[in-house]
Design a protein around this ligand. Sequence first.
Ligand code: GLU
Ligand code: MG
Length: 437
Amino acid sequence: MIREDLVFVGAPDFAGRLRGKAFPRAELEKRLKSGIGWTPTNVQITCFDLIAETPFGSLGDLVMLPDPAAESRVDFDDGGPADHLLLGDIRELDGSPWACCTRTLLRSAIERLKRVSGLEPFMAFEHEFHLKGAARPHGDAYSLAGFRAQSSFLGAVIAALRAGGLQPDTIMKEYGVDQYEVTVAPALGIRAADEASILREIVRSAALRHEDEASFTPLRDPAGVGNGVHIHISFRDESGRPATYDPEAEHGMATFTGAFIAGVLKYLDAIVAITAPSVVSYTRLTPHRWSAAYNNLGVQDREASVRLCPIATKDPEAIAAQYNFEYRAADAAASPHLALAAIIHAGAQGIEEGLPTPRPTQSDLSALPPEELAALGYLRLPQSLPEALDRFAGNATVTGWFPEGFAQIYCQHKRGELAFLRGKSMAAVCADYEASY
Ligand code: GLU
Ligand code: MG
C-alpha cells in the first residue's frame, strides 16, 4: 500500500490531551518555521470533545509551532507507520505567546522559581495506567504472572520510550486489576512535562499495536484502585548541582525545599483543580486509596499529598543526588504542563513568603475528628470537581499566578465537562473517562 511518512504536531491542552495536526515529513523543516494554523476556541474542547462555553466563539487565529526539542519518533518495526510527533507552542500570529499555551505557562512558572531561588526543577513523572482488554483475573498484583502476561507489550513500551528519546527506568504490574506502572529518569524543567506527554502517547500506541488499549483514567471503577500520576521533584542550582538536600536540616530538607513544599501544601486545596481535574479524580483522592486526601507532608506514608521519598544509601553525595519529594495528588486527566506550572508556582510562592519547613505527619489523618485536624492546620482536600474549581477560582493568589482570563477560561472548560456528565451514574462517568484517557 502506498503511504507517506507523516509528522504530528500537538499541544498539550486543558483536557490533558495532545491536539494538533499532521503533515508530510518532507515538510518538517518548513513547518518548524511556519507552524500550523490553530483556533483559540480549541482550548475549550473538553475530554468528551464537546466545546465548553468559550469567550472566543468562532473568532481568531493562532499558530502552533513545533518545538524540535520536544520531538519523538518511534518506529515499532511492525510494518505500521512510525509514531512521529512534536510538541508545539501556541502563539499569536505576531509570534507572541498565547495566554492559554500550556508550555508557555509552565516556562513562566519555572522562570519564577529561578528568579526567587536560583533553582531549576529536576523532575520525573511516575505513571499508572491499565490495559482495557486484558481482563486478567484477580491475583496478579506485583506478580511475575501479571508481568509475563504482558511482557511483549511492556518490552515494546521500554524500547519505544528509549527510541523516543526518554530514559526508561522501571515497568511493573501494579496492584490494581490490569494496572501497570512505568517510570522514567528525571529531566530538567519543561522537558519533564514534555516527556510525560510523549510517554502517554507511546504507551497508548504500544498498546494499540498489541491489539489492546491503554487508559490513564484516574479511576476505572469506583470500587477499584486509581491510576495516579506521582511527580518526583528535586532541584539543581545554577551550576547544575543537586540542591534539594541539607544533611543538617530536619529530614534533610534544605531551606528552599522546605519552603517550596510548604507553599505546595498551603495552596494545595486550590491547585488540585488543575492537578487532578476530572470528576473521578475526587473519588481517587479519598483516604485509604494510597493517593492523597489532606494537605500533609509524609515521610514513609503513601497517603500523604507530598512524600519525602526513601533513599537506600548512606553515601552523602548519593543521598544529595537522589533526594526528592513526590507530589501524589495528580492524575493524567491533567495536562502535565499545567499541573507542573501550578505546583511550581505554589512552591515559588512558598519561597517568596518565606514559609517554614513543614513537619511530616506520623499518623492516619483520616482517623482524626475534623476539629483536631483543623487545630493542627490540616485541610481535607476538595471532595468534588465543583468544590475544587470554587477553591481555585476563589483564591486570588493562585489565579494571579496565571495570565489575565486564564482562570475563567479554565473553569468554563471544566464546567463544560461537568455538564456533559450531569445525571449519569458513577459507573457511566467512569466509563466515559476511561474512553477519553
Ligand atoms: N494507585 C495509587 C494512586 O492512585 C498509588 C499506589 C502507589 O503508591 O504506587 O495514586
Ligand atoms: Mg504506583
